[in-house]
Design a protein around this ligand. Sequence first.
Ligand SMILES: Nc1ncnc2c1[nH]c(=O)n2[C@H]1C[C@H](O)[C@@H](COP(=O)(O)OP(=O)(O)OP(=O)(O)O)O1
Length: 197
Amino acid sequence: MVPPRTLPPGLTGIAGPIKETHSGGVEDWLEFDTVKYYTNAFIVEDSRILLGYKKRGFGQDMYNGFGGKLEPGETAAQAAVRELEAREEAGIVAPLKKCGVLYFTSENKDHAFYIDVFIAKEYTGNISETDEMRPKWFATTAESESADQPPIPYSLMWEEDIYWIPLLLADKSFVGRADFGADGNMRKWWFAETQFD
Ligand SMILES: Nc1ncnc2c1[nH]c(=O)n2[C@H]1C[C@H](O)[C@@H](COP(=O)(O)OP(=O)(O)OP(=O)(O)O)O1
């Protein structure tokens, strides 16, 4: 299936089929000349997901996966491994597989964010808190919830996460875009299931 013309601007390199899952908002997509490339990686086991509480910087005081900006000359896959394996984020060594592409803009930023998302179903290493992130496991099923392992804290995450984290947990690949206003609230969004090679 050929991706429809409704694929939002900025979502380049998507060759697989597209099945829209969520869209909304009424404003035009924001336009940016500059794009910065990021990674975001998630460890997902049978009934739990590892998130990190961001202690500083962009997205401070929110939970997210583990990632950051690509360094010059690096591919997204190399950057994702570095962010985990080089112990920059949480002390994790994991076989990562690309599962998503996300494109975000914010009226507060002078560039758009192009993020390759990765998933791993296993890991080695001692998960540890760093200056930047405090890792914590969250339950992905009601049965696995406990005091130590609460449900995924969507209210403490980026507003659009609720549209694609369920696809990640269901082992589906996804693509999406969201535009945020200066107040941090989401203005326009579009998400779909897709497939990568
Ligand atoms: N809207 C939204 N939803 C989900 N995830 C994100 C966003 N916006 C984002 O920026 N992100 C993700 C993308 C990255 O994984 C992080 C941001 O990386 P950050 O740690 O700020 O990047 P650097 O400051 O470059 O980090 P280092 O490379 O220095 O570790 O959030």
